[in-house]
Design a protein around this ligand. Sequence first.
Ligand SMILES: [Zn+2]
Length: 390
Amino acid sequence: MHNTQPLYYYNSLQTSFSAVVTALRPCDDHWQLTLDNTAFYPEGGGQPADHGTLNGISVIDVQTQQGEIWHTVTSPIPVGTVVQGEVEWNRRLDLMQQHTGEHILSGLLHRMFSTENVGFHIGQEFVTMDINAPLTWQQLMQAEWAANNVVWQNVAVDCKIVPPQQLQTLQYRSKKAIEGDVRIVTIPNADCCACCGTHLPFTGMVGQIKILDAQRYKGGIRLTVVCGGRALTDYNIKRDQLAKIGAAVSMPHNRAADGVETLQQQLDQLKAQLATTRNLWFDALCATVSPDESPFVVADGLDGEAMRTLCLRLCQHTPRPCAVLCPKDGGGFAYAVGQTDGNLTELVRDMNTALHGKGGGKPFLCMGSLQAEIEQIKEFWNERKDDTTQ
Ligand SMILES: [Zn+2]
């Protein structure tokens, strides 16, 4: 055992330190080493590992294995070398903002609604927190406001090792039963929790705690949360999105939703007008069909549903096969062919083969697309339209 002194337990703001390399081993494409002391936090408790450098060599991961802290480095550093360590502060600050924010929110949810945090993960963009009971959005917003109040109070975060005999008198949150001395993190008015992670010394440094989403999960809820710089980034993304929506609907961005609602109403009206106009158009097309004809209609701007409707309506005016063709973006034609009481299966199969098409359906109605010129399609249709069996 190399017994690394974990500097991050005692001062989470320390990013520079000197240490001696106590072991070195190859690991895949990289190297791993241990130090006599380290300010690099190893991944654990839902918090990712610190990154940084040792004598300018990149530290890309830090893990605890069999009680030892192994730093993954991109080049080997011989045992006995005195190294200058630098922890990447922006990453550490971000991780501490998420971690400390999680303590405050989990602690307050526990105090206010007697829930337990049963899962915690700091992802690339968001933090997820699993709460063991379903809570309403209103309850979550109450806890979020209380949590931000604790941030604004800028209270000191206390981390200390507590011996077993003192623990018995202490009310604290813990995900699992722990034996021996326990590191207790206390945030006045918010939380008291067993934890070995890195925490900000004052709650004000968390900046902001924002719940973005809550989904039902394993009988409770999974919260998506952002704190500190991530909350500001999220605000900026949403502000930009709202500004774009606001500009599109000619409204200030804090009333963009009103503008979208008006637009939706206008869209519904236009859809109703289009349906009425289309009906009149289909009526006019159907009026030209005589019972001994096999109609071949080429129409622009129809979606699949409209093609299907028109084809079935044409079929009501003649017992013979009916075809509706609509040009597709990028070439070719969509088709709907139908015949009341007909069997179009063979005709459609042959048409697909002859005209590079695909599609099918029921014996009385088939839909698909063809990669051919309209003259070729019409020629095929005129030759074969009477081959259908009734
Ligand atoms: Zn913690």
